[in-house]
Design a protein around this ligand. Structure first.
Ligand SMILES: Nc1ncnc2c1ncn2[C@@H]1O[C@H](COP(=O)(O)OP(=O)(O)OP(=O)(O)O)[C@@H](O)[C@H]1O
Length: 983
């Protein structure tokens, strides 16, 4: 259902139209008119019939071509602006002079204009009096003032070309207000009338409603009587519901819903009409028609070079070709699109500091809704808790944070301890020393070293390109491009799609805590290790006991007792952290007897996730201190996941995908899903036209066949190659900078530039691929992992078998961020994390997240298959792109990037030789150079570069640098081309 591209419209170019007009030029007509009629007739008979082709072409664009003339637009725009002023003055004047002018206007047919004008009292003369009379007195009463903003807005839009409210938005609002208000006032006036049909007051007020308002009210009154009031109320409510897209009457809306409203607002500000309800059946053509029908200067969504909303998934080549067809001055005429939400930079990992407040609150009051007032209550409760802590007995104390910000608090009970219980002065206090402190304090924010992938400026800096890009910047329009306008009605998923498990139940009793503490103290005591103090922090899966040993005790001694302590506690999954980094204490993680399930909804509803400014935020779950753990995939920049079968990998992958689907618009993110197991990711098929990318001419977007995986990986390498070329051309160091520049319209789509979405490649089972395709997949994965960070391609690779022949050295070296669910042996744990510990996890989503030196234990959130299903249905049922996002085509079965010997010369592009000459003349092996010089689309230029590589004209891809040109001069090239054609 691709709508006709702009460039394909049967619109004659100016050059083509001119010769067609020549036969009817003035001089000939004059000559002809001077001849006698008979001679004229003879000449006419003798003249060969005029060829139909010579007739001037009559087309819409030809007829209304003057509308594109900026001078005419300005003329019209100022006409409206001044017109609105004129109306304002005339209307205000009517308030004072309307009564006296009434007879003048009504008697116009019998009076001379000059006379009538002299009689008229309106400040703007007879015309002013007439307009006010028609619009106010006969029309809509005072509500007719609503015409003024319409006229003003029309002029403003045409003159200033500013993005913002759309005309349809203002029209709908003003017209509704005008009609509704005049009928309401009509009804009021009617009600004030005496039953005998007249009343002085009503008569003096009847200008309020105007004739139309009064007559309509009268008609309604005779039809439905008092029901008129109800009808008006109903109309008002309906209008508000549709106009402001009210979907919920819940005043205590979660943050995520609020955010949707923000997006909505953005759309409205962007001039996208008023009804944003998802309309899965609305075709893209319809949208285009709407735009075409909009009056001059109001086609805000016709964003020219790139925004063509109806064909967003079109390959860039097509876009470019369309653009080539545009008139040269089209660029100036391109109407603007308002700024939309752009991904902002963010820290890579953050921790939800609300959790401790939640914990404290939850301990005192079980459920705290997501409103500000309860958050304040949280503070009060937390303060009370702190007070309790200071007054508690010497052998058992509780710390609770006081100064937490009043933020949204998740409705859950993160810790089983009841402050009320513990504050009870009569409660029996445990005797043994040392003191156990149950701590619900925040841990310091976890930060992964920010390693934004950047092109080496020295290697890639092409100063000429940068200068050129800057030069372009000056000539391009300054209004911003909004990629989300591709699918303006897209609704972000809501929390309602996810299961609500309610507030979690208390899992760890005070007795359990005390018993564990006693056993730890006792066990260590057996080995002569005395403890100064011990604190417990309760998490969803494990409780962390933090020990401060007596002075002089060696840490390595405690570490060596790990197994003994585990034995004496009779618990699996004990992990000893000695020392806890940055704290100088020793941590012993003991699994809780009853685990708490962390629902995805409870994680997604937190302030941390809702308000995150990360580019690709992933809410993994909760740390052992109950804090929500959100990390930025864009900063990781790739992720390796391992875990024995049944330990939560698939759920973990779904959590990652769901997080990204909740936070990104389809125009900003694409997934390439590789699922050798064939069943794990198939559920995401439904969002193919929104979020998936695939090779052209392939049926399924989710790749299950190894051969296709190789092609897809090679295609991604090509995409990476092209993106690097574009970045270099734009003088940008990473995707973010590039997209910012593009959004600001400082990059020219005619030169191949485009808005680039993030691409996330997910491989669900690497072991399978490595066994069947080995090096063929290892090499492109490693290349992508090494180089793709700066250009927004991120990899998530999962495997059941973290053995060294699957996670090879080269793969591992390029995945600094790793996640391990429970694995079966310490060796596996070392393979994936470079340290033990993953073998000690308790399963069911218990995981270790490693980012460089940090190792964080997280209980992965749980998302069930029906939830994923609902999420995908919700997105899939909305209007999407015509097809999945097209990855570059790869030349042959082997992917086109390698296999030089198998190259088939007959496959060469018809522009091969020309491309070779361009490359050799400029001594620059770049795809974008070919695009510019030969006016080619992306795919074709990319293919040409591959063919040139096969032919030995350019060297292999070198990341940020341009490819090396292997032929020194044109003479050598001609010889080579001769040889090639002979062979
Ligand atoms: N975060 C979690 N919270 C609670 N339970 C979980 C969690 N993750 C997984 N589980 C439980 O473990 C089961 C297995 O999880 P999952 O299917 O993700 O394992 P897997 O590692 O992908 O296994 P395989 O590799 O065989 O596909 C789930 O059905 C669920 O019952």
């Amino acid at each position: 259902m691709t709508p006709p591209a702009r460039g394909n419209e049967p619109r004659p170019s100016r050059a083509a139209a001119r010769p067609a007009e020549e036969p009817v030029r003035e001089p000939r007509r004059n000559e002809a008119s001077q001849r006698p009629a008979a001679a004229k007739a003879a000449a006419k008979a003798a003249k060969p019939p005029r060829r139909p082709l010579k007739l001037p072409t009559v087309s819409f664009s030809g007829l209304f071509g003057f509308l594109r003339d900026r001078r005419f637009q300005l003329f019209l725009g100022f006409f409206f602006l001044l017109g609105s002023m004129y109306l304002t003055i005339a209307f205000v004047s009517f308030v004072f002079t309307g009564h006296s002018d009434q007879s003048v206007v009504e008697g116009l047919s019998n009076t001379q204009v000059k006379e009538a004008g002299q009689e008229s009292g309106n400040w703007l003369g007879l015309v002013g009096a007439f307009m006010a009379q028609v619009l106010i007195y006969k029309g809509f009463g005072v509500a007719a003032f609503a015409v003024i903003p319409i006229v003003f807005f029309l002029g403003y839009k045409i003159v200033f070309r500013r993005p913002g409210l759309s005309l349809s938005y203002v029209l709908a609002l003003c017209l509704f207000t005008m009609v509704w208000l005049s009928v309401l006032l009509g009804y009021v006036v009617l009600s004030l009338e005496a039953p005998d049909g007249d009343s002085g007051l009503a008569h003096s007020l009847d200008f309020l409603s105007g004739g139309i308002g009064y007559e309509t009210a009268l008609w309604l009154d005779s039809l439905i009587g008092w029901g008129t009031v109800l009808l008006l109320a109903f109309l008002l409510i309906s209008f508000v519901v549709f106009f402001f897209n009210v979907t919920s009457l819940n005043l205590h809306r979660s943050g995520l819903e609020d955010e949707e409203v923000d997006y909505q607002d953005t759309y409205e500000r962007n001039g996208l009409g008023v009804n944003h309800a998802a309309n899965p059946t609305a075709s893209l053509e319809e949208e285009d028609e709407e735009e075409e029908a909009a009056p001059l200067g109001m086609t805000l969504r016709r964003v020219g070079p790139v925004a063509a909303p109806a064909a967003p998934a079109r390959p860039q080549a097509q876009l470019e070709e369309e653009e080539e067809d545009e008139d040269a001055d089209d660029e100036q005429d391109v109407p603007m699109v308002a700024t939309g939400p752009i991904a902002k930079p963010a820290l890579s990992v953050s921790v939800d500091t609300t959790a401790p407040v939640a914990a404290a609150v939850a301990a005192g009051a079980a459920v705290v809704p997501l409103t500000v007032a309860p958050a304040a209550a949280a503070l009060t409760t937390a303060a009370a808790a702190a007070k309790v802590a200071t007054t508690s007995g010497p052998s058992f104390s509780i710390e609770a944070p006081v100064a937490e910000p009043p933020v949204a608090v998740p409705s859950r009970v993160p810790t089983p301890l009841s402050l009320a219980d513990l504050a009870d002065p009569d409660a029996p206090l445990p005797a043994p020393s040392p003191t156990l402190t149950v701590r619900e304090a925040p841990t310091p924010a976890l930060e992964i070293e920010s390693t934004p992938g950047e092109l080496d400026p020295a290697a890639g800096a092409d100063m000429a390109a940068i200068a050129e890009a800057d030069e372009e910047a000056e000539t391009m329009p300054t209004v911003n491009y909004d990629p989300t306008l591709d699918l303006p009605r897209y609704q972000y998923p809501t929390l309602e799609l996810l299961n609500d498990y309610g507030a979690a139940k208390a899992q760890v009793s005070k007795e359990e805590l005390e018993a564990n503490k006693d056993r730890i103290v006792e066990t260590l005591g057996h080995y002569g290790i005395n403890i100064a103090s011990i604190k417990a922090t309760i998490g969803p899966t494990v409780t962390l006991y933090e020990i401060v040993p007596d002075a002089g005790v060696r840490i390595s001694k405690i570490k060596s007792l790990e197994d003994d302590i585990a034995l004496s506690l009779a618990a699996l999954g004990i992990r000893i952290i000695a020392p806890i980094p940055g704290k100088g204490t020793i941590g012993i993680e003991v699994p809780n007897t009853k685990k708490e399930m962390v629902s995805i909804r409870s994680v997604f509803s937190t302030d941390k996730f809702v308000n995150t400014e990360m580019d690709l935020p992933v809410a993994f779950g909760r740390t052992i201190t109950n804090e929500v753990f959100v990390a930025d995939l864009a900063k990781m920049p790739h992720l390796l996941m391992a875990g024995a079968t049944g330990q939560g990998k698939s759920v973990g992958l779904n959590v990652i995908l769901a997080s990204l689907l909740y936070k990104r618009h389809p125009s900003q993110l694409k997934f390439v899903l590789v699922d050798p197991k064939k069943v794990e990711l198939s559920i995401f098929n439904k969002i193919e036209r929104h979020f998936l990318a695939k090779l052209p001419d392939t049926e399924e977007a989710i790749i299950t066949d190894t051969k296709k995986v190789v092609n897809t990986l090679n295609s991604l390498c090509m995409e990476m190659d092209r993106r690097y070329d574009l970045l270099k051309d734009a003088g940008c160091r990473n995707l973010k900078e590039y997209n910012r520049k593009f959004v600001e319209r400082r990059l020219n789509p005619k030169k191949g530039h485009r808005f680039m979405p993030f691409i996330v490649l997910v491989i669900d089972e690497l072991a399978d691929l490595m066994m069947t395709a080995g090096k063929e997949v290892e090499t492109p994965i490693a290349r992508l992992a090494q180089l793709a960070r700066a250009i927004g391609i991120h990899l998530i690779v999962a495997t059941q078998r973290p053995s060294v022949n699957v996670i090879t050295g080269i793969i591992k070296a390029n995945f600094p961020c790793r996640i391990s669910f429970k694995v079966t042996s310490k060796i596996d744990s070392r393979t994936i994390l470079d340290t033990g510990g993953a073998d000690q996890l308790v399963g069911q989503g218990d995981m270790l997240f490693s980012a460089g030196s940090d190792l964080i234990r997280v209980q992965c959130a749980f998302i069930d298959t029906p939830e994923v299903d609902r999420l995908c249905d919700y997105i899939g049922e909305q209007q999407g792109y015509p097809d999945a996002y097209a990855l570059p085509e790869v030349a042959g079965e082997d992917g086109g990037n390698g296999g030089g010997e198998d190259f088939d010369p007959t496959d060469r592009d018809s522009m091969f030789e020309e491309a070779a000459r361009v490359i050799v003349t400029h001594q620059q092996g770049s795809t974008s150079l070919l695009q510019r010089r030969l006016k080619l689309g992306y795919n074709r230029a990319g293919r040409l570069i591959d063919q040139l590589e096969h032919a030995g004209i350019v060297g292999p891809f070198e990341g940020s640098k341009a490819r090396e040109v292997l032929i020194p001069d044109e003479y050598s090239l001609e010889q080579l081309l001769n040889n090639l054609s002979k062979s």
